[in-house]
Ligand binder design. Structure first.
Ligand code: HEC
Length: 114
């Protein structure tokens, strides 16, 4: 009995580690930056610098503990939901134009990895 429990712990640990490693390896940083550039995201966001929009590493920190982070950011980038600007005005947020859902996902993964 003890033996069986111990073994399943090892298998679980290995599975979790592999999961983490693959998740990281999947982000294509160059592709993410390139699609962000094409969409003028950097006009309002820096990787670690606030512009009109918050720095992306702050956004990543804000969503770190949120299991729905991916879903929320995908919604944010496709719906034109209201964005609040530092001067207090509100306008629909830019919608990401991408021909490939994988590229959109990759950008979200990159932002959340910052
Ligand atoms: C005209 C300026 C502007 C542009 C262009 C812009 N953003 Fe934003 N973005 C903002 C502002 C302002 C906020 C803060 C919204 C809020 O807190 O209500 C924001 C918030 C965000 C958030 C966080 C959303 C959240 O729920 O906290 C993400 C992610 C984001 N932007 C990604 C992008 C990406 C990717 C692009 C390029 C397609 C982009 N932004 C283009 C101004 C901009």
């Amino acid at each position: 009995m003890f033996h069986y429990f111990y073994k399943s712990q090892i298998i679980l640990t290995v599975a979790l580690l592999t999961g983490c490693l693959t998740a990281n390896a999947e982000v294509d940083v160059d592709a993410a930056k390139s699609i962000a550039k094409q969409n003028n995201c950097f006009r309002c966001h820096g990787v670690d610098k606030d512009k009109e929009g918050p720095a992306w590493n702050k956004i990543s920190a804000k969503f770190k503990a949120d299991p729905k982070a991916q879903e929320k950011l995908l919604h944010h980038l496709s719906s034109g939901e209201v964005a609040k600007f530092p001067d207090g005005h509100e306008e629909p947020h830019a919608i990401l134009k991408s021909e490939d859902a994988k590229q959109t996902q990759n950008l979200v993964d990159w932002i959340l990895s910052l």
